[in-house]
Every structure is written in C-alpha cells, then in structure tokens.
Design a protein around this ligand. Structure first.
Ligand SMILES: NC(=O)c1ccc[n+]([C@@H]2O[C@H](COP(=O)([O-])OP(=O)(O)OC[C@H]3O[C@@H](n4cnc5c(N)ncnc54)[C@H](O)[C@@H]3O)[C@@H](O)[C@H]2O)c1
Length: 247
C-alpha cells in the first residue's frame, strides 16, 4: 500500500473531492482525519471509511479551530505526515459587479486565508518530524479562468502562487508543497460553477479534449501520487487534472 504508516488530515472531507481523497488515502493504508465545518458529513464519511478514520469539526476560516483540529489529529494518531487543503467555497456564476463584499471576503477567507493558516499550523509538526507533505486543491479556474467566476478564480490563482512560494521556502525542511488543479468535477459545488443557463454542462464538456467532466476519484488519484514516496522529488507543481482543458 502506497501510504502505509502515514497519517493525513484532509479538510472539507465530508463531501466531493475531499471525501474521495480521504477514502483513497485510507485504502492505501493511511490513518485519516476528516475535517469539515459540517461535522455530520465528516462523521458519516469517516464511519464509511473505518480504518481508524476520525471526524473533526473545523471551520478553516477560524484559526483556533485549525489549531484544535491539528492537535486533535496529532493526539489521535501520534503523528501527522500529510495535509490536504481541500475545503473550498465559491459564489454562483455571475457578473463581477454582482459579487458583494461579504461574499468576496468569505470566499477568500475559506480558499486562501484558511489554507494559509492551516499550513502555518502543520509546519511546526512537520519540522519536528523531519518533513511532511502539503497538497493544496487549486483549480483550472486559476490557470484558465472562465467568465462569471472572477472572485473564485482569483482565490485559486492565490492558491497556486502560495503553493509555489511555500514549496521553495519549506524545501530545506523537507516539506513538499504541491497543488492539484481540477477541471469542473462532478460534486455538489459544480452547479454553482456552471451557472443556471440551460445546456451549460454539455457546453463545458465540449471544451474538454478528453470529453467528460472530472470525477472526484480522478483528483484523488493525483493527490495519492503527490502524497506517496513516488513523488519524493516533486514539489511546487500545479498538477492539472483536466482532460486536456488547459492545453
Ligand atoms: N467541483 C469542481 O468543479 C471543482 C473544480 C476545481 C476545484 N475544486 C475545488 O475542490 C475543492 C473541493 O470542492 P468540491 O467540489 O469537492 O466541493 P463540495 O461542496 O463537494 O465539498 C466541499 C467541502 O468543504 C466543506 N467546507 C466548506 N467551507 C468550509 C469551511 N469554512 N471549513 C471547513 N470545511 C468547509 C464543505 O462542508 C464540504 O464538505 C474546493 O477547494 C474547490 O474549490 C472543485
């Protein structure tokens, strides 16, 4: 198994991509903490996984809750090797003039500040342990932005830049930092990205060379590679999982 003996904390693991990553890591031998603001969803996913998986309530916009989630995970598993910053939020697809200040602040708080503060919370543990891996879930939205998602697109651009910045800063500590950039993925978040106009799903699929949307498992497979020893010399990469959409 590719993650035997490893421990991982996955944010936003109650649903969609995060849940698939947690399931995949556990299947590959890792003990996994599923952190989510929706504790019931995290609990249900952890129960389904078994393998000593734990559910942790955590709103990634709250520094105290991040600190507590990391402490709870280290307390339960005695170690932490892998952090997956997956929790994310968006506004519905709409013109930039219709994005309100609160909405803008909330999306940046979840997607950027939460991710940054989670990195701050795990780095001391990784340093003590002699290394670690951080995987951020970015998006093709930060590489090839589509109209109507301006604030969300900007958060994912920030995620990609943070990934590269932290990769070079933390490399001397043997901490690898990578991102996965999924194309539109079949999760509960998808309708907000596509917007409500009829036929959007089919129109979008027509722009993907491999001719389909991503499934959460496609993203989990890339996150598994990046967390495994096979990626030992890989850091600072933004791995597009997009069926060729960004070519
Ligand atoms: N679905 C897509 O098309 C797509 C494409 C590219 C990137 N992404 C990114 O993938 C990640 C996962 O999205 P998904 O599509 O699986 O969405 P999802 O809605 O299925 O899951 C997101 C999870 O994050 C949790 N969450 C939201 N706010 C939180 C907070 N403040 N603190 C803790 N948890 C919180 C939710 O409760 C939910 O369980 C996000 O970062 C998203 O931006 C998604």
């Amino acid at each position: 198994m590719r993650l035997d003996g490893k421990t991982a904390l996955v944010t936003g693991a109650g649903s969609g991509i995060g849940k698939a990553i947690a399931e995949t890591y556990a299947r590959e031998g890792a003990r996994v903490a599923l952190a989510d603001v929706d504790l019931d969803a995290a609990k249900a996913a952890a129960r389904a996984i078994g393998n000593n998986a734990i559910a942790v309530r955590c709103d990634v916009t709250k520094k105290a809750e991040i600190t507590a989630a990391v402490a709870e995970t280290v307390g339960a598993f005695g170690a932490l090797d892998i952090l997956v910053n997956n929790a994310g939020a968006t506004h519905v697809n709409k013109p930039m003039l219709e994005i309100g200040e609160e909405e803008y602040d909330r999306i940046f708080a979840v997607n950027v500040k939460g991710l940054f503060q989670f990195c701050q919370a795990v780095v001391p543990h990784f340093r003590t342990a002699g290394g670690g891996t951080i995987i951020n879930i970015g998006s093709t939205a930060g590489l090839r932005p589509r109209p109507g998602l301006s604030a969300y697109n900007a958060t994912k651009g920030a995620v990609h830049t943070l990934t590269k910045s932290l990769a070079v800063e933390l490399a001397p500590d043997r901490i690898r930092v990578c991102a996965v950039a999924p194309v539109a993925t079949d999760t509960p978040l998808l309708p907000s990205f596509l917007g409500s106009a009829p036929g959007q799903r089919e129109k979008f699929i027509a722009t993907v060379p491999l001719g389909r949307l991503a499934q959460p498992q496609d993203i989990a497979n890339a996150a598994l590679f990046l967390a495994s020893a096979d990626a030992d010399f890989v850091t600072g990469n933004i791995v597009e999982v997009d069926g060729g959409r960004c070519v």
